[in-house]
Write a protein that binds this ligand. Structure first.
Ligand code: FNR
Length: 365
């Protein structure tokens, strides 16, 4: 199972949207890698629902509005951004392209889109940050606080501007599609920022692999409090679907949250993330920035998420499709395409700024 290489020196002529990259990526990638990338948990009900929920949201255009001088700028956690698209943390990027995260980082630099480097990245955070683009770092709480702190210090020293702590996957989802085709990480594919893992201690007879194994040392809210006190970087808690948890994250010192169901990859039949967003936004009532991911495929999806309370959106699979097909060039092209789609949607909806989007007419129809 090897990364596809450089099949296209240029972007294929028929690629004009994220979905076009998906089609090409599926044709190019090893079917097992595709199953890992594209698949979700269980029967993939949440995965499908993430997309269906965006489709079900309808926008009523506003005509003859003056949108001259409009723009997509925003300030997020003290940082000025030209547009509200962020590259979500996606692990193991050398599965998809030989340059892996370095290519994504180059595109992030060109398009000034923060790249959230996954804890499971196949390149070091120093090398990724060295590509010049804005870089964040995503953390899974490690087995010990010392190991987590070492990661945080490394991300800080590398110049990462924010941390995401992912809390919705303390244990792997039931990825049946990837299991059916026998996906496993190829030999030599290592997490470049983590120490080599020893074998887990054997379980006692009759013990549960879940409760006595993986979940035994799983993090809790006290660990999030500890983390937010440990660093001066803004910490976003990623993987929130319940308004109570959103509030709790802020009480634990988070700078913001990411409303996400991990792209439908963890708990099947969790609600579509976009359907969970309005209640969370209403509860936080502007107290902290809300990032959103899971199902964004179009600039119009970003528009809908912002209308329903997000400040910015992250994309996961779409940029990995683009990375697989055309490396850094593909990712930069995809970001530009999404940004243009958002701008056109704003113009047709009579919105000059992202703030105007909050007043837009969005409804289930
Ligand atoms: C992910 N995601 C993820 N999230 C995270 O916090 N750390 C990680 O290492 C990964 N790895 C990862 C690998 C792959 C192949 C995918 C598809 C996703 C989840 C990711 O950050 C994001 O939440 C979703 O991808 C968003 O949904 P969409 O945009 O893929 O629909």
């Amino acid at each position: 199972m090897s990364a596809p290489g450089y099949p296209f020196a240029v972007i294929p002529a028929d690629v004009v949207s994220a979905g076009d990259y998906a089609r090409h990526a599926e044709a190019m990638l090893d079917p097992r890698v595709w199953a890992y990338l594209d698949g979700g948990a269980g029967d993939e009900i949440t995965l499908r629902e993430n997309l269906a929920a965006f489709e079900a949201l309808k926008m009523t255009p506003r005509v003859l509005a003056d949108v001259s001088g409009g723009h997509t700028r925003l300030t997020l956690a003290g940082e000025a951004l030209a547009h509200p698209f962020i590259l979500a943390p996606v692990g193991w990027q050398k599965l998809f392209h030989p340059q892996g995260e370095l290519a994504s980082a180059q595109a992030a630099g060109v398009m000034q889109a923060p790249l959230a480097v996954s804890c499971m990245a196949t390149e070091t955070v120093e090398a990724i940050a060295g590509q010049g683009g804005p870089v964040w770092f995503q953390i899974y709480m490690q087995a010990t606080r010392a190991a987590t702190e070492a990661l945080v210090r490394r991300a800080e020293a590398a110049g990462c501007r924010a941390l995401l702590v992912t809390v919705d996957a303390p244990i792997g989802g039931i990825r049946n599609r990837a299991q059916r085709v026998g996906f496993s990480l190829p030999l030599g594919m290592v997490a470049a920022n983590l120490p080599a893992e020893g074998a887990p201690p054997p379980l006692k007879a009759g013990a549960s692999a879940v409760f006595d194994g993986m979940m035994r040392a799983a993090p809790g809210w006290a660990d999030i409090e500890w983390l937010t006190r440990l660093t001066r970087l803004p910490v976003f808690v990623k993987g929130i679907l319940h308004a109570d948890d959103a509030e709790r994250a802020l009480s634990a010192g988070a700078a913001g949250i990411v409303v996400s169901n991990h792209g439908g990859r963890v708990l099947d039949t969790a609600p579509a993330a976009i359907n969970a967003l309005p209640a969370i936004a209403a509860r936080l009532n502007g107290a902290a920035p809300i990032l959103f991911d899971s199902g964004v495929r179009r600039g119009s999806d970003a528009f809908k998420a912002i209308a329903l309370g997000a400040d910015a959106v992250m994309i996961g699979r779409p940029y990995i499709w683009a990375l697989s097909v055309a490396g850094a060039l593909g990712v930069a092209h995809l970001l530009r395409t999404l940004r243009e789609e958002l701008e056109i949607t704003m113009a047709l909806m009579g919105c000059r700024t992202l703030t105007d989007i909050r007043q837009a007419s969005i409804c289930h129809a």
